[in-house]
Ligand binder design. Structure first.
Ligand SMILES: Cc1ncc(COP(=O)(O)O)c(C=O)c1O
Length: 426
């Protein structure tokens, strides 16, 4: 390819990649975001199978069409330009696109949204990687110190905490979440645990519990931990992008995020956050130089990432922005309320996240008290009612997590299915 043609191709592909054809159609922007008509325009931007109603958005999100199209274009670009895009090209052709420059811009966007510095966030391949790096890398634990977490934690993060017994000779304590949970009894659980375990150094918190949808009072527990001389590492896999909250206000120094759940980016992207003045408290990776440097990049070693997925984060953030996180939060609450309200006064069905608006958003689980096999119940919902959910056998529950592609009618169908099952059980 001659140089001129090459430059033209670069420019054309660059043009396409910027085209985050997000929701932002002007007409749509002026619509009332509380109206079903508005949400129908959002739903129309998702291509979702009609073979079943998908109420398992919590596993991972479905990309909206503008994001999926952008991802396809980014993939096409990466496939055409290959490693030229990660740097070799820049030396020869200064105007060439460069992954590190674009990644930096996207990190700036993320940092601005979180209200933090861009050198406090780094890409990972998901919340698991972010959280495991933070828990295993946290180096302030002396042998005999206590580390604690509640059974609301995601299983692999809980495992990483238990491993601190071997890795750092820590005393590991697992707390049992109150059932039903309330704002007060959840704070009380950690308050008591800190009293019972004066040598507590580290607490793992899960902002939104994946099994129940319970939102933990992170700000209050973090402040309590700080007064006690303990740190918290927070798993925000389910909160960022689903709920409207102020990250800085939580007073958290270490956190892991997913971008492929509620932000709607392609699979394979997450974020790790470390407050700049706490950087040395997380170990560097052996391949990234000696300890003592405070570059967040030296605390992650992903190897080659899915660059097109990283590039699409910009498009996904633009899509979220075009709707607005306040409207998204409100929509998820409306979808939850639509089915949950049917069971508030029904003793046969337990809703596993509290009605207190501080303690839930869209994702919520339920339990049919007389039904003792959650996996079978999940299969029944799919086979008899074409509704896909996630069975939570540990709690004998079913997790319901709608997406922005979900309609109020989908939630009505779920409520009708639960009622039908319960009524047939007699
Ligand atoms: C609370 C929580 N943390 C972390 C994860 C892990 O996310 P990923 O598998 O995308 O890394 C999940 C996944 O469902 C989760 O629910």
């Amino acid at each position: 390819m001659d140089r001129r043609k090459f430059m033209q191709t670069t420019a054309a592909l660059a043009g396409m990649s910027i085209a985050a054809k997000t929701v932002a159609a002007n007409a749509q922007m002026s619509m009332d975001k509380d109206s079903e008509a508005y949400w129908k325009t959002i739903m129309a931007q998702y291509k979702v199978t009609d073979e079943f109603i998908n109420l398992n958005a919590g596993h991972w999100g479905i990309m909206s069409e503008p994001v999926r199209e952008a991802f396809a274009k980014h993939s096409e670009f990466i496939n055409a330009y290959s490693s030229f895009y990660v740097g070799h090209g820049k030396a020869a052709i200064p105007s060439a696109r460069n992954f590190y420059v674009e990644r930096g811009e996207i990190l700036e966007m993320i940092a601005a949204k979180l209200g933090v510095r861009s050198d406090e966030v780094v890409f990972t391949r998901g919340a698991t990687e972010s959280m495991q790096l933070l828990i295993s890398g946290y180096n302030k634990i002396e042998p005999g110190d206590t580390v604690l977490y509640a059974d609301a934690a995601y299983y692999s993060m809980a495992a990483e905490m238990r491993h601190l017994k071997v890795h750092r000779k820590a005393n590991v304590v697992e707390l049992k979440m109150p059932d039903p949970a309330s704002y007060e009894n959840t704070i009380g659980l950690f308050e008591q645990a800190l009293k019972d375990n004066p040598k507590t150094k580290l607490i793992l918190l899960t902002h939104m519990a994946n099994r129940t949808g319970v939102v933990l009072p992170v700000k209050e527990i973090s402040a309590m931990a700080r007064n006690h001389g303990a740190d918290v590492i927070v798993d925000m896999a389910h909160s960022w992008g689903q709920m409207d909250f102020d990250f800085v206000d939580q007073g958290v120094d270490f956190a892991g995020f997913n971008l492929h759940k509620w932000i709607g980016a392609p699979l394979g992207v997450g974020i790790m956050y470390i407050k700049k003045n706490r950087m040395l408290d997380i170990d560097t990776k052996s391949s990234k130089g000696p300890p003592g440097n405070d570059d967040i990049n030296n605390r992650v070693q992903t190897g080659t990432m899915n660059l097109a997925a990283v590039m699409s984060v910009r498009d996904a953030l633009n899509f979220v922005d075009a709707i607005g996180i306040k409207a998204i939060d409100k929509r998820f609450r409306a979808l939850r309320h639509r089915w949950v309200k049917e069971f508030i006064d029904d003793d046969r069905v337990d809703i596993l996240s509290p009605e207190d608006p501080r303690m839930h958003c869209g994702l919520t689980s339920f339990r049919i008290n007389a039904h003792k096999d959650a996996a079978a119940l999940g299969r029944q919902l799919l086979a008899d009612y074409a509704i896909n959910t996630a069975a939570i056998p540990q709690l004998n529950g079913i997790r319901v997590s709608p997406g922005l592609y979900s309609s109020l009618e989908d939630m009505d169908a779920l409520a009708a299915a639960i009622k039908d099952i319960v009524n047939k059980m007699g």
